[in-house]
Structures are given as structure tokens and as C-alpha cells.
Design a protein around this ligand. Structure first.
Ligand code: TYD
Length: 211
């Protein structure tokens, strides 16, 4: 089973992914946690280029192709082998991030992105996507505080530095995607307490596994 987590910055994805891993392991499943960008060795080099503040000269098209390159490598090197071993794979971000950020955020045609994504991932699309939804004003504040606390503003702050209207477009894009793919993408309100969010996610995952 392949599960992806999506959402704008500061929705608490990392905390919730760790909790879901525990939940799945309690049910006797082997779980592989991974993320984009940076799920493979080559991907970790791409991640540095993509997220550092030093990449202010990166063009929108270059950014897109680096995310797709990261994904193509990630699927073949990490995700596919784990699924073949019957593991549950949970990825912090995947193909929907490209449609939300490079498509709805930066203005590249989402239809084109669906087809690029298809080339990058082949038949290995997620069975379930949890979209953690929050007001961008709250999410960005949380993400900036985390980057300052972990001293990652320079290393990983390129997207957090985008203005609020960009994050609003990304959030709207995600909600549009959720409407277009109702059976795969499930929206969870990330403004609730961490326990409430974890319970909502566990309920969705259990329901999906029962099918
Ligand atoms: P991440 O490290 O998960 O940041 P956060 O923990 O703040 O969510 O993701 C890195 C950034 O990369 C994030 O701002 C979204 C962006 N991104 C894209 O623009 N396109 C993509 O295809 C992916 C996977 C991520």
C-alpha cells in the first residue's frame, strides 16, 4: 500500500507521518517512510539545490524538471522495491506537490504536469493521499518558526520565503485536486489538535485498508 501526505508548509505532516507509521506497525505492517524531494541518494543532492536560499537564480522550468528527476529516481530506487516487498510506503509529498506548487502556484499548465508526472512515476501512483489542510497564514507562521528553531532558514527556506498569495494559490490548488480525485485524496483539517488529526487519519487509513 502506498500512502502520500500533502499540504502547504506548516501543516504538521512530519508529526502525523510518524504517528501513522506507529499505527500501521501496531497492526503488524512493515512501513517505509520516505520523502520528496530527497528520498534517494541523487534526490538528496537535488533537495539541497531545490530548497537552499542560494538557488534564487533557479528558473521555474528548471525547478519543475529537478522535482520530476527526483521523483523518477525515488520511485525506481526506493518506492517500487518496497512495494514489491509488500511494505506500506508513506511518502512526505509526492506527485500532487508538483501540480499544486509548480502548477497552481507558479502557473504551469496542470494538465501538462499530470502527463510529466505520469512519465516520472509509471504505474506507481499512491493508493491514498492525505491532504492536511490549513489556512496559509497559520501554516506559514508555524513553518517559519520551525526553520528558525532548527536553524534551517538559509538551507531550506526558499519556499517559506514566497509571499502569502503564492501559498494561497497552492492551497486552493490542493483543494481543487481533492475535488477532482475524491476517492484517492482525503482532506483532513490540520487546525485541530495533533491527537484529533492523528485519529482522523487513522480512521481514513483503516477504512481504505478494509476495502
Ligand atoms: P518539505 O521539505 O516537505 O517542506 P515542508 O516540510 O515545509 O512541507 O518540501 C520542500 C518544498 O518543496 C515544499 O515547500 C514544497 C516544495 N515542492 C514543490 O514545489 N514541488 C514538488 O514537486 C515537491 C515534491 C515539493
Amino acid at each position: 500500500m502506498f500512502i502520500t501526505f500533502e499540504g502547504i508548509e506548516g501543516t504538521g505532516k512530519t508529526t502525523q507521518i510518524t504517528r501513522l507509521k506507529q499505527h500501521m506497525e501496531d497492526m503488524g505492517r512493515q512501513v517505509l517512510l520516505t520523502r520528496e524531494p530527497g528520498g534517494s541518494r541523487i534526490g538528496r543532492e537535488l533537495r539541497r539545490l531545490l530548497l537552499t536560499m542560494e538557488s534564487s537564480d533557479l528558473t521555474g522550468e528548471t525547478e519543475l524538471f529537478l522535482y520530476l528527476a527526483d521523483r523518477a529516481q525515488h520511485v525506481r530506487e526506493v518506492i517500487r522495491p518496497a512495494l514489491e516487498q509488500n511494505k506500506v510506503v508513506i511518502s512526505d509529498r509526492f506527485a500532487d506537490s508538483t501540480v499544486a506548487y509548480q502548477g497552481y502556484g507558479r502557473g504551469i499548465d496542470p494538465k501538462l504536469l499530470h502527463s510529466f508526472n505520469q512519465t516520472a512515476i509509471g504505474e506507481y501512483g499512491p493508493d491514498l493521499t492525505i491532504l492536511l489542510d490549513i489556512e496559509p497564514e497559520i501554516g506559514l507562521k508555524r513553518a517559519m518558526m520551525r526553520n528558525m528553531r532548527e536553524q534551517k532558514v538559509r538551507e531550506e527556506g526558499r519556499f517559506e520565503a514566497e509571499a502569502l498569495p503564492f501559498h494561497k494559490k497552492v492551497r486552493e490548488g490542493y483543494l481543487t485536486l481533492a475535488m477532482l480525485h475524491r476517492s484517492r485524496i482525503r482532506v483532513v483539517d490540520a487546525a485541530q489538535s495533533p491527537d484529533e488529526v492523528a485519529n482522523a487519519i487513522a480512521a481514513v487509513v483503516d477504512e481504505c485498508m478494509d476495502k
